[in-house]
Design a protein around this ligand. Sequence first.
Ligand SMILES: *Cc1c(COP(=O)(O)O)cnc(C)c1O
Length: 291
Amino acid sequence: MEQMLALWSRLEKGVQNWSSFIQPIAQADVLRLDQLHPLISGNKALKLYGWWQTYAREREERTWLTFGGAHSNHLHASAAFAQAMGISLVCVVRGYDEAPRTSTLLDCEAMGATLVFADKKTYARRYDSDFQQELAERYQALVIGEGGRGEWGELGCEALASACQGYDQVWLAVGSGTTALGLAKGLAKQGCRSEVVGVNVVSDQGAMLQHFKDEMPPRVPWQLIEGAFGGFGKVPQAVREALERYDALGLPLDPVYTAKLFLAYEQQHDATKRVLLIHSGGLQGRRALSL
Ligand SMILES: *Cc1c(COP(=O)(O)O)cnc(C)c1O
């Protein structure tokens, strides 16, 4: 609980004064959300904060259930969050119990989470509301979407908007799009004109583009760069090199999201624009690489 109170006070300080998390690089500023908390990393802290602050606090459930892969930043952050809050967490993990545990899953268990493995076909039902209902009843749990997605996750990310004053563009990596949409909604509420530039790290045949078209608030300028760099979770050589280059600058990146964000930025930025890059965290995922 103490750890959590410290997180809230850091978050609230951050929200009032994001400048303490800004690191300048050659032509841009970086917002180091990876530094919000040692375990509850990056944008996942904001989403969980959103869920907790609004929806969950008023409800009875002392058990939460959520979904993720064997290296999931979201499962890792959720397990740390749940432990600090005295909530039981059930992680529905894509994979098999017989497979060797990843460092991420070992941490989740050490933080008290219960792992329930789902084969590919079962895991594919994770967005299905009947399936979610069934799980909610079976485990008497509040179900949180994969990656912390959903309305409440977005709400937590609206707080990012106050970091964006004075920048022409705000760049961030896009998985479920929850962070980008929350940011855009926060910008709309503040009447801030920064453009949201999302780098889609998932090869989804235009699904995210459609989702953004449907959901982006009308007056916020945005673009989506389809820069999958080998597909979700794939780590091509360019990504490994980017990790090394940014390590040397004292800016550790993760291989799944932020390294691809920075690569897309290097290739496509417009040097006349003032840019903020959001470092959305996820450094625990680096353990999956043998660097
Ligand atoms: C989950 C995650 C994202 C993707 O965020 P969405 O809100 O799902 O788009 C980006 N970066 C990191 C490091 C993440 O862990």
